[in-house]
Each structure stands twice: as C-alpha cells, then as structure tokens.
Design a protein around this ligand. Structure first.
Ligand code: MN
Length: 239
C-alpha cells in the first residue's frame, strides 16, 4: 500500500497514585493492529473538545478504544451501584469526536467502550452492569486470557460485519456494560447467545462499525476489521 492513512486512536489518562502526574494510557495492541493493517496510528488522549474538529480534519480514520464506563448521566440514567470507573474528560472528548466524525464521514471503528460511546453519542442507552441487569450463565467478563475466544456471536446477514465474519464467530469478552436501547442511525449487527448486543453499525452510509469484543487481541477475521478500517480511510479524499 503506497498511501498509509492516519488513524486517530483514542486513549485515556490516569494517575498511578495521588502524587503521580496524569499519564496517557493505551493498550499497545490497538496501535499494533492498525500498523499491521497498513495504517499509521496517532494516539489522542482527552483534550479540550474544541480540538476535535481540527484534529479530525487532519486524519483519515478514527478508532475508539476500550476503557472506562460511560457516565450514565450522559444518557439520562442514574448511576447503578455496579457502575465502574468513569472519566468525564474522556466522555466529553470522545462524544465530540463521534459527532464530528459522523458529520465529516470519517471512517470509524469502535471497540468495547467505543461501541458504547458511539451509541450514547447518537442518543442510545447502556446496560450499566450485565450481571446485575441481564443475569445469565454467560460470562461477558471472561476469566480466560485476553486472546481466548469464550462466546459465540450471531452476525446479521447483509451487514458490513457479515462481509468479514459471515454468519457468526467466536469472540473474546471483557466487558460488564453493553448497548441497551440502540440509537437511531445505528442497527444491531451481532448478538451473543444471551441477547447482549455485540455489534452495531451506522445505517446512513457512514462507515462506522462497532464491536463489543476485542479484535485487537485476536487474529484471522478480526485483523480484517482493522484492514477494513484502513481500506476505508485510504479511500477518503486527502484532507
Ligand atoms: Mn461479550
């Protein structure tokens, strides 16, 4: 590939202790997956939301990564007692990135927290804690290693996801939240056997593909998700 698109990869900031400065944190597997697909990753921690437009003008694709819970106030809910760590700056930053990316038609791949951010940005809601709100025998916070595939998904025929995965796949699972009410502008593309939503994508022609599992830890068809993002980002007019 001669043209190597720039992919904005979201990250978080965290203090290791009260005395520690806030440090940028990202699982390097995301950067590696983009690089293997032929893209160049640019890591973007939370910044003032006014930077989102200027930043997305200069890149070709957006990758929303895993991480903290989205604050339920952002979808009009009270905090459940099982709500995990939330980060107001990251919420605000990533919601703005989604709004700008949608308007500018920036190809977007959203993973784990990313599928949740995408859904909330477009007006949907989340399950705050699957064991509390949708109890079943299926463990979405798997005890196995990050690259172990522990549950099945069924993929919606005709979806962008189906072109990569066919009718279904085995995936890893490291989440306690999930999409609840799906935002208008999105459609469900993958379901776990217990009915938990594992994939959505945009219905209005915007290339926005979102999965609840962690393809950056996997190979095979999962690496083709990153290849698909890079291919779409390469097709964009140069900015
Ligand atoms: Mn799962």
């Amino acid at each position: 590939m001669s043209f190597r698109p720039l992919i904005l990869i979201t990250a978080t900031t965290r203090r290791e202790s009260p005395d520690d400065p806030a440090r940028v944190r990202l699982n390097g597997a995301y950067v590696d997956a983009v690089a293997r697909a032929g893209g160049i990753g640019i890591v973007a921690p939370p910044q003032p939301v006014s930077a989102a437009e200027a930043l997305l003008e200069r890149v070709d694709g957006l990758l929303l990564t895993g991480g903290e819970d989205v604050h339920p106030a952002l979808y009009g809910a009270a905090a459940h007692r099982a709500l995990g760590r939330v980060t107001a700056e990251r919420d605000a930053w990533e919601l703005e990135l989604v709004r700008v990316a949608r308007r500018r038609r920036i190809p977007t791949l959203a993973i784990c927290r990313g599928i949740q951010v995408l859904n909330v940005a477009l007006g949907g809601t989340l399950i705050q804690d699957i064991p509390e709100e949708r109890p079943s025998d299926l463990r979405h916070e798997q005890a196995a290693g990050r690259s172990d595939r522990t549950h099945r998904i069924r993929v919606e025929p005709g979806s962008r996801l189906a072109t990569l995965f066919g009718a279904g796949a085995e995936v890893n699972s490291m989440h306690h939240q999930a999409v609840d009410r799906v935002a208008s502008g999105l459609q469900v593309t993958a379901l776990a056997p217990d009915g938990i939503i594992e994939g959505v994508e945009a219905t209005d022609g915007w290339w926005a593909v979102a999965v609840q599992w962690h393809p950056e830890e996997l190979d095979g068809a999962d690496s083709r998700l990153f290849a698909a993002l890079v291919a779409e980002a390469s097709d964009q007019p140069r900015r």
